[in-house]
Design a protein around this ligand. Sequence first.
Ligand SMILES: Cc1ncc(COP(=O)(O)O)c(C=O)c1O
Length: 453
Amino acid sequence: MQYFNNIVETIGRTPLVKINKITKDVPGLFLAKVEYFNPGNSIKDRIGIKMVEDAERDGRLKPGGTIIECTSGNTGMGLALASVIKGYKCIFTTTDKQSKQKLDILRSLGAEVIVCPTNVEPEDPRSYYSIAKRLAKEIPNSVHMNQYDNLSNRAAHYETTGPEIWEQTEGKVTHYVTTIGTGGTVMGVAMYLKEKNPNVKVYGIDVYGSLLKKFHDTGELDDKEVYPYVTEGIGEDFIPQNYDMKYIDHIEQVTDKDGAIMARKLAREEGLFCGYSAGTVMQGLMQLKDKFKKDDVVVIILHDHGSRYLAKIYNDDWMRERGFLVDEIITAKTIIERKQIRELVFADPKETVVSAFRKMKDLHITQLPVMDGANNNGSITEHQILQLLMDNPYHRDEEVGKVMGKPFPFVAITSTAADISKHISKENTAVLVKANSGSINIITEFDLIEAMA
Ligand SMILES: Cc1ncc(COP(=O)(O)O)c(C=O)c1O
């Protein structure tokens, strides 16, 4: 029989997957270590069990103990999994910029989660670092794991992620590229790979708003580099002890916007549905594309799974609110996809004017196409109905087919907002579109404004 003794034993041995389309014009072989294959869906499962077992070994963690940690979610998940198997209690402090799903997942595994403000200094008593430290002092038999300064973090990657990459590439890896937060992932693997082959180049990918790059490049801890950003899990406003900058050959910074857009591209072009930092590392790699040559074997880390970011980077409204979709070309297809009411509401030529008006009133719409089966016979608008009733109140019982206006024109599904707007006028307030599925949809003047505003 082939089985694992518990879920924690399934951590690690994640696959390396070739990136095909995004890097097609860049020389070299690009391989992603897809860490969402871990049971908690992130690379941090590796450090969760390692930090717990090291704490048990050196006596900091005793049976029935409480694990305290400040975590953006993934490390919490790794620690929670280890704690469920080993019988510890978990209390996590996190910031209010983390996605709600991440926190709910931690609570599902029995952890207590305390949400703290993001935009305060680490030393501020309200920060998630300070609260974790205070709880660790107050609660008996508790240990603050502190993934930032706990060297078991990078050791987990030195012992597992690094050797896996070496073996999976048969020692041919030439470049290692990863996003950087606590520094555990970059450092542990870099230490292992450089020990095996000092020529392996290590590139850390940081986010704008973090001081890691400037510190790496100049040795200066510059607070002016620090400002709020929305990318989760990476960048720092201090230097965790897991870092030893001499192992990192270059640090590249990426904007929130570019990372988010690239994460969506990874999903759509490579089928890799990953978290925000996966987009950041891929974008950083593309910014560095001139550094790679034909025979290079470049390994990147994709830290976690996209399901935890559904309300963020994979949500069009979230992206649009931040101006991350400003370059998108609005087409009939995108407008239809965003509409609340998808099925086409229409009037039958045989129905009365008052019945057509009731449909408009109920759905808060101001015009209807008049359709007889698949035939686009004409249209009727609020404005026309008013004119008809002013003319003669008995028109309310008239058949729509006898008083309707011209049919709304059809446009192609690929038409841009500019193309569509050419058809919209006082006399013609909507267009019709046949979707690829064959269904007919309407785009009104209101829909067009909403899509562009
Ligand atoms: C999603 C995600 N990506 C990247 C990182 C950075 O990894 P490390 O902390 O090992 O530097 C983290 C760390 O929390 C993370 O949660």
